[in-house]
Design a protein around this ligand. Structure first.
Ligand code: BES
Ligand code: MN
Ligand code: MN
Length: 456
């Protein structure tokens, strides 16, 4: 019988063509107009899982988008791996900045271009194909459960409900996720941390209508000016967040851990060059890598109000709005931070305007110990296919459900991602290297082998 690795080599082109099919479905979870396509994507995933050999495949309905479930239970005494991923994607706008349409994927210069190529369709699909290969080769020794959701990009609220209600169904020894990045194609790494998140929207209401900025300007509070002042005051001259109590629960890294982190390969000059910036910026006393992973942050994601059309219009706007996110680190509670923000933001509102704060989603940070069997299985698998031991890294992004998996199911997650930070996820021209797609498919069977062996 053929080995899984041989099977992968022989079916490479088909795997890619199948991926292109799901990439053509605009499963934007945030856009109500796409709800039908989100469902179509779920049905596609279910169908592909079935054909690949999974059993009990079904759509689990939620109050939002469906969750795709499937499994292959080979031996009640063998360890069970729960594969999690998401088939939903971020909105594609601004559309005019794409070189080719976001939902008409193309292969160009060794990469697949399109929304969701890396985040996360290209990555979760590697697991479906690796599973198919292991099954066809008769190599699958662990039980596998798949749970591919459709609301990761909007906070996974309904998945949280589903997890709490289906603990038996989801029982497993480890959760395996490919939804993060490696440092470079020749420097493999494994994220051992994710940041938490608190996301909210603020509104500053001034006069009951837009006013002539000459007739009223100077005498009536301008909500846009006020909002900018309020937001600017949230960080001090050291770029530390000024919300009282914000840093109270922050877990500080030990000197040893910081020294280890300083060894992580990082090229500041190249980083600046790739982003087109002449200097980095952030909390005083921390390196760029630390600022973007183990330190909490506050960022405006969007801000609007007043006249933004062609030319000039003299107006004193009646309302200003902003969407603000705070990335959180281990031991901070997103609920508490949302409360602290709200209390503080309302307290700094000057007279003459009305401020409201509306929380969106949130989630907690996560850390994976490197001395676990699961980490070891992933590290050895990557070492096998990349030829060098992966570097443990702390990721700056968030996958809020991961902390919830641990809390509700008591299961740790291994973040064996294969993307690159330069893949432009959430941006125009998102792409995923063919190297990365195939390397992922080839590495996953080794994870399963290692995980089975290390559990004996
Ligand atoms: N896959 C990303 C998270 C990620 C990317 C982690 C790169 C580490 C490295 C995920 O799809 C994502 O975008 N998460 C959101 C959170 C969600 C609540 C909208 C994020 O981090 O902004
Ligand atoms: Mn993702
Ligand atoms: Mn994402």
């Amino acid at each position: 019988m053929q080995s899984s690795q041989q099977y992968i080599q022989e079916n490479k082109d088909r795997f890619l063509n199948e991926l292109l099919e799901i990439l053509r479905i605009p499963s934007i979870s945030a856009d109500p107009a796409c709800a039908g396509d989100v469902r179509k994507a779920a049905e596609w995933v279910a169908q592909n899982l079935k054909v690949s050999g999974a059993e009990n495949v079904r759509l689990e309905e939620t109050a939002g988008h469906p969750i795709v479930y499937g499994e292959k239970l080979v031996d009640p005494n063998a360890p069970t791996v729960l594969v999690y991923g998401h088939y939903d994607v971020q909105p594609a706008d601004p559309l005019h900045l794409w070189d080719s349409p976001p939902f008409e994927p193309v292969v160009k210069d060794g990469a697949i271009y399109g929304r969701g190529t890396c985040d996360d369709k290209g990555q979760f699909f590697m697991h479906v194909k690796a599973f198919e290969a292991m099954l066809k080769a008769g190599e699958l020794k662990c039980n596998v459960k798949f749970m591919i959701e459709g609301e990761e990009e909007i906070g996974s609220d309904h998945l949280g409900v589903f997890v709490k209600a289906n603990k038996d169904l989801l029982s497993a020894d480890v959760i395996l996720i490919s939804d993060t990045s490696i440092i470079a194609n020749d420097i493999p790494s494994i994220d051992v941390g994710l940041r938490g998140l608190s996301y909210l929207e603020v509104k500053v209401q001034g006069p009951n209508k837009d006013l002539h900025s000459g007739v009223y300007g100077g005498a009536v509070a301008n909500p846009v000016n006020i909002l900018c002042q309020m937001i600017a005051s949230l960080q001090d001259e050291f770029n530390r967040i000024t919300i009282p109590g914000f840093y109270e629960d922050v877990e500080e890294l030990s000197a040893t851990d910081r020294a280890a982190m300083a060894q992580t390969p990082f090229d500041l000059e190249n980083y600046q060059k790739e982003l087109g910036i002449s200097a980095v910026h952030g909390e005083a006393g921390y390196s760029t890598l630390e600022r973007a992973s183990i330190r909490p942050t506050l960022d405006v994601n969007g801000i609007w109000g007043g006249y933004i059309g062609e030319g000039a219009k003299t107006v004193l706007p009646s309302v200003a709005n902003a969407k603000i996110s705070m990335r959180l680190v281990p031991n901070q509670s997103s609920e508490k931070i949302t409360e602290l923000f709200t209390k503080h933001f309302l307290s700094i509102a000057p007279k003459g305007v009305q401020v409201t704060v509306t929380p969106h989603h949130g989630g907690e940070a996560y850390v994976m110990p490197t001395d676990s069997i699961a980490y070891q299985a992933a590290a050895e698998a990557m070492e096998k296919t990349f030829g060098s031991t992966p570097v443990p890294t702390r990721g700056g992004g968030s996958i809020p459900i991961v902390a919830l998996f641990e809390k509700e199911l008591g299961i740790k997650s291994v973040l064996m991602g294969f993307g690159l930070d330069s893949d432009d996820i959430h941006s125009p021209n998102e792409h995923y290297g063919l190297f990365n797609f195939y390397k992922g498919i080839e590495t996953i069977p080794y994870f399963f082998d290692n995980y089975y062996r290390l559990n004996q």
